[in-house]
Design a protein around this ligand. Sequence first.
Ligand SMILES: C[S@@+](CC[C@H](N)C(=O)[O-])C[C@H]1O[C@@H](n2cnc3c(N)ncnc32)[C@H](O)[C@@H]1O
Length: 374
Amino acid sequence: MANTNLSNARNAKNDEFYTQYADIEKEVAAYIEFNPDVFRDKTILLPCDDPEWSNFTKFFAQNFTRFGLKKLISTSYAANSKKYKSGYQPTLFEVNDPQYDEYKTVKNGKIFTLSKDKTGDGKIDINDLEWHYLQDDGDFRSSEINELRDESDIIITNPPFSLFREFLAWIVQAEKQFIIIANINAIKYKYVFPLIQENKIWLGFSNFNKGMYFKVPVDFVYADSYKFEKIQNGEKVNRVPGVCWFTNLDHGRRHKLLRLMSLKDNLRFNKNLKGKESYDHYDNYDAIDVPFTDAIPIDFDGIMGVPITFLDKYSPEQFEIIWQASGNTRASAPKEILERLNYRPHPDDRGGCTIVNGRRTYDRILIKHRKFIA
Ligand SMILES: C[S@@+](CC[C@H](N)C(=O)[O-])C[C@H]1O[C@@H](n2cnc3c(N)ncnc32)[C@H](O)[C@@H]1O
């Protein structure tokens, strides 16, 4: 297969990763803990879902009353429009409903809404979901789903991997609150990083070091990482490394300050710096290289380059993010930032990577303490 075809096929498959209930529960609990009213009287939209089996739909429907929701809307993308065709079978839930339509079940998206106690059993839960076919295929870019976006307050989902850029832009344009799943590499994208730097979006609560296991279609064969595939709670799941949550809803972890040692103590006691007498200084930036987040010296007043994984521990009260140094980033950096960093192009820095003694380091984020502790 040609390279492009292969990568298209991989992207299509990656679009069909279904989020597990426990992962949603763990992430959402952090927002509730920080602000118990975060979802009160809010309309939540779950686009890019398959509401009959989506754990996002199940989770928010089951917690509708506890969270004080006004309305839950969940939409699905038509089976025929999906890039990865996986022997679609309508669920019994749909087939047994009088509105079942053999044609629409593959051609149209579906919408599920929850706002009232339809069954009259005194509570609002998953049994009260009402549904119908959408007019179109449920593409999040369609006018039908745009209207739902505009009606909602918060958008929550694991969007199609292959359309992540468009999806984020779709939310940001409408100035909505959101909690979404993405690949950690998205941090470096030209249109994402400035939002992180300006504290307009940030990482969610769950630590991304371990990656996440997602449910995959039964006929799913993911050659590149099959060794990570396993059966969990009777379902086929696949590990996706480097996955994280992006959000603009606040949570407690981002206000927890990192406990750090002085520069001198790091060089003396930090095992990660064993054998070093000083921190390296970049050839092309006025900044020191800090190869591990736990080695950030508390008493260094200058600019420091830290690994991307730092963002998992980042608190805006403790640090200022100045820019990123991950190649091709120079082009999108405002001139005054490059001046502040005293950036001097290096023939091997691929447009911005940090260089130590003539060698490129891993991708870095350039930061500075907000308050200098002498
Ligand atoms: C990564 S999966 C996640 C599904 C679900 N949100 C979950 O986490 O369980 C993304 C879903 O978006 C669907 N999708 C792909 N392109 C879409 C589009 N243009 N509009 C809406 N949904 C789309 C895919 O078919 C897939 O079911």
